[in-house]
Design a binder for this molecule. Structure first.
Ligand SMILES: Nc1ncnc2c1ncn2[C@@H]1O[C@H](COP(=O)(O)OP(=O)(O)OP(=O)(O)O)[C@@H](O)[C@H]1O
Length: 268
């Protein structure tokens, strides 16, 4: 008997994302070169690399906001433009004009804009329920009516994560979610992400490899070329020894350049 292949089967068998022989340039400037990368479902990877190495560009290709010059990208078994609604995205430097009077709930509901055709402010009950669920996930449910600007930096980051979660994504892409927050907020953010990773694939750009390595499964090094390393290749102590717990892009630049991507890069 022929069995229907469901989304669930796809989740069990396929990859969350596959990039093949991918090249990307802004005009004449080549930013990503011959990228071959397979991201498993349930992966929790941090994307590291020097400034301008192509990390944000890689996320935008996965989101379908940019198109490769050459090569292929598949996300959740589809082209990125088709899978876009199943991917939650927290852009770099997420911010809002503090003079604009929005509540926490308003910010989270923005994550539903792509899901409903009614437009800004015209949300349905199901949108509000999804937003309430997302706020619950990030432990901010009691702040729904609070003015967004009254929150701390760490709470604001959580609200942006809730906005990314509001569309019930299967994959979460976060661009430097730990920028501008203190160490304690960062720790609780990583604990939250660890929980979320039980049900979705997570890729995050982070400059803090020392801390991230305690919770992430893999490290994706992006410096024009892209290479994925399991974190088991570089345990926390080794990283701490090398980077003193304070990971700096300049060190990574030396270690993970085009000539230095072999196994054991991080072992010095
Ligand atoms: N819209 C654009 N037009 C032209 N060049 C761009 C554009 N966006 C990025 N670039 C260039 O592409 C390169 C890669 O940028 P990208 O933002 O992907 O790097 P990144 O690794 O995320 O850097 P950072 O760590 O500084 O955020 C950089 O040299 C950047 O100047």
């Amino acid at each position: 008997m022929h069995e229907l292949k469901t989304d669930h089967d796809e989740l069990k068998t396929g990859y969350a994302a596959v990039l093949e022989n991918l090249f990307f340039s802004y005009g004449d400037r080549e930013v990503l070169q011959d990228v071959n990368l397979k991201i498993s479902h349930g992966e929790f990877a941090t994307i590291v690399g020097p400034n301008g190495g192509g990390k944000t560009t890689l996320l935008k290709l996965l989101l379908g906001l940019l198109k490769p010059v050459k090569g292929n990208v598949k996300v959740l078994g589809q082209s990125p433009s088709k899978s876009r609604m199943k991917v939650g995205y927290m852009p770099q430097y997420s911010h809002l004009d503090v003079k604009f009077p929005v509540s926490v709930m308003d910010v989270v509901l923005m994550g539903r804009l792509g899901k409903n055709p009614w437009g800004w402010g015209r949300y349905k009950g199901e949108d509000r329920m999804a937003a309430a669920r997302a706020l619950e996930e990030v432990n901010l449910v009691q702040f729904g009516d609070t003015h967004f600007n009254e929150l701390s930096g760490g709470q604001k980051q959580r609200v942006f994560i809730a906005r990314a979660l509001c569309g019930d994504p299967q994959m979460l892409l976060l661009d430097e979610p730990t920028s501008n927050i203190d160490q304690e907020s960062e720790q609780s953010l990583f604990m939250l992400l660890k929980e979320l990773n039980k049900k979705m694939t997570i890729l995050l750009v982070s400059h803090d490899l020392g801390f991230a390595s305690k919770v992430v499964k893999s490290v994706i090094c992006v410096n024009r070329k892209v290479v994925i390393h399991p974190t088991t290749e570089m345990d926390g102590t080794v990283i701490k020894d090398i980077y003193g717990g304070d990971f700096r892009m300049i060190r990574h630049d030396h270690r993970c350049c085009e000539l230095g991507h072999e196994q054991g890069d991080f072992h010095g």
